[in-house]
Write a protein that binds this ligand. Sequence first.
Ligand code: TXA
Ligand code: MG
Length: 356
Amino acid sequence: MSNRMNMRCRTLVFRNSDENFEDGLAIAADIISKGGTVAFPTETVYGLGADALNADAVHKIFKAKGRPADNPLIVHIANIHQCIELAEEIPADAMKLMEKFWPGPLTLILKAKDVVPDVTTGGLYTVGLRMPDNPVALELIRRSDTPIAAPSANTSGSPSPTTADHVIHDLDGKIDAILDGGPTQIGLESTVVDMTDKIPTILRPGQVSVEDIKECVGDVRIGYRDRTLEEGEVARSPGMKYTHYSPKTKVILIEGNIKDVHKAMTEIVSDCHREGERVGLFVTEETAKIVNADEIYSLGKREVPSQAARSIFMGLRHLDSTNIDLIIVDGTLNKEGIGAAVFNRLRKAADRIINA
Ligand code: TXA
Ligand code: MG
């Protein structure tokens, strides 16, 4: 008996390259309807989903991820009607943003209706809503016939998953099923905007940029920091309190002008080698031509931060799996547009930031 209780359940994996993926989708939707957990692709990262209106089901997400109970989940919907069922009111600016960016990588925080259980909102009076731009995600929500609460499908604190294999690595045996829809296109999580005040507040940067939001609704406030909050600081979004995206290997991010960054990077690599330590570089193509180390993973071209967005979590996970003592990240990448979101994640992942 106790043996059976200790046994981990088997996680079903359905790959979109398989002929019977349609059947997999139907099984996955059935699992959600019956209160189980399913990881699925979105355009940003993989999510770990459960029926957002079923408190017992949502508890399973927190358990599988090891997520702090006060960190609320984003509720994923497939049509505007579901939004009306979940949100107490939809301000005009929120409506404008939905029309412009949904389906897409934008989460809107709105006042929640009572149907949304406390476990989903982390006990807040608000709920985060998002319509993902991914056919598998949308089909899963439609077939389950319920909104799906889903945080990123990683172990709490580790880099977000951008492939089904990342999800398997973190959660195999802890969740009921995984839908593999291939690698995600954007690579980092949605922009989160609090719409409960007159002026929208951006709580997490993403592909939908501050400029995009300003252009749509006018004035916005920046409510996020590029580092984890210290004790005693008040978090606008519970997620800000917690360590994020940390590989096991120590991470140093070097920012500054290009020449100084290269110089500092070269010095740290030599210092480590003198100590017999192995170093991994997570650098732009341009930097890789100038600095060398034991492992290298590309952030893509310096002026094209969307490439870095796509490789950031993949790169951190890959470098972490190699036998190195330190990861050095290249802060010469362009910080505009999605670059701001990339730096937000890189700074949070870093144990130390050097301004060269
Ligand atoms: O792209 C994404 O947003 C992915 C995919 C799966 O949709 N999801 C995701 O979820 O990144 P998660 O749980 O890893 O991050 C959600 C963030 C957390 O920082 C959380 O604190 C914040 O959104 N959040 C959720 N609901 C909130 C609310 N009601 N008020 C303030 N912050 C909220
Ligand atoms: Mg997450």
